[in-house]
Design a binder for this molecule. Structure first.
Ligand code: COI
Length: 354
């Protein structure tokens, strides 16, 4: 693709790259040298810029801070075996950002603006892309309201920013999770499918309570009956029951995960039966007791494929079987890694070189 938009670039004269230890990367703590920023004003996107990563001045009256008019995405770029850098399914994230924008009364972003901004930013900071297995460049696009006005109505002006972080694993060991049966992440008709900031802020308190009980994350259940699985913390939830790959069907209360979508596609490619349907917490526990729950794991851009070791349900902890190298989660994780690094065939054309 040819770059056509003028993006004004101001390079840093004080790179922080030499301070980064690529061997001890933690998720979300190190930020690459530059960020992309573009404002929306008077009904149109203004001139885009790439500037040194740093603090931004905003009106204290903006409606992102007061009413949560803020959305984001999580995506990744990977070092390639041929030495280049490629993005994983960036157009899926662009489309979801626009779907979140519509839900939150924010302007949509033209594909060229998003993709060209991403490409130029990542080319400029390509030395920040980690090369070791399991690491990647996490990309955080986000948009927020910028009007200085505290009446409750959609802002007229916005800022889209993209910054990047070299990252290692989000979860370093198999997870202890429990079904949540009191608090609700989202109801049907709510904004659970959108990646808006408030979904994550409101999940922190119930998650904190579960963490105080020794769990890493929650598995949210539906708002009306607390019976059916929705998603888990920062991930979609997938189960392998009696050889079938089972996951909650998408709805207005569940995030349409790009990793979820990719895992289900690879499962179908491997000839497995995939069931996207309602799945209850009771079904999961009964399958576990009957020895039919083979695997449970979360999927997400940050989390990648995160195995679940223990599930708490109605006051009891249920341990899942230890999985071997032939388990679906291991095979699909290896297949995804191969596609992302360029070592495996990318038959679905998911990788986009920068
Ligand atoms: C992601 O997986 O990219 C997410 O957005 C989850 C979380 C870090 C908020």
């Amino acid at each position: 693709m040819i770059d056509i938009l003028p993006i004004r670039t101001q390079r840093t004269n004080a790179s922080r790259l030499a301070e980064l230890d690529f061997d001890t990367l933690e998720f979300g703590k190190a930020f690459s040298d530059h960020m992309f920023a573009v404002d929306y004003r008077d009904g149109e996107w203004q001139e885009a810029q790439i500037v040194p990563y740093g603090d931004m001045a905003v009106s204290p009256a903006n409606s992102a801070l007061h009413y949560g008019q803020a959305i984001f995405e999580g995506m990744k770029a990977y070092h390639q075996t041929d030495g280049g850098v490629a993005l994983f399914r960036p157009l899926d994230n662009w489309a979801r950002l626009n779907s979140s924008a519509e839900r939150m009364c924010m302007p949509t972003i033209p594909e060229e603006l998003f993709m060209q901004g991403l490409r130029e930013l990542i080319r400029l900071d390509s030395a920040w892309v980690p090369t070791s297995a399991g690491s990647s460049l996490y990309i955080r696009p986000f948009m927020f309201a910028t009007d200085g006005f505290i009446g409750v109505r959609p802002s007229d002006s916005y800022r889209l920013v993209i910054f990047t972080c070299p990252v290692g694993l989000y979860y370093s060991k198999p997870l202890r999770v429990r079904f949540e049966q009191k608090y609700v992440r989202s109801a049907e008709g709510g904004a659970g499918y959108a990646k808006n900031a408030g979904n994550y802020g409101a999940a922190m308190y119930p998650t904190k309570l579960a963490q105080q009980e020794g769990y890493n994350q929650l598995i949210w259940t539906d708002a009306s009956e607390h019976q059916y699985v929705e998603e888990s913390g920062t991930m979609n939830a997938i189960f392998v029951i009696d050889g079938r790959v089972v996951t909650p069907a998408l709805s207005t209360s569940i995030l349409d995960g790009v990793t979820r979508r990719s895992v289900l596609q690879l499962a179908r490619d491997m000839g497995l039966v995939v069931e996207e349907r309602k799945v209850s917490s009771r079904e999961i526990i009964q399958a576990l007791e009957a020895g039919k729950l083979e695997e449970a794991f979360g999927t997400g851009t940050a989390a990648t494929i995160a195995p679940i070791a223990t599930i708490g349900y109605e006051g009891h902890d249920y341990d899942l079987p230890i999985v071997g190298p032939q388990a679906f989660s291991k095979r699909v994780s290896a297949a995804l890694d191969a596609i992302r690094s360029g070592a495996g065939a990318d038959v679905h054309h998911w990788m986009v070189p920068v």
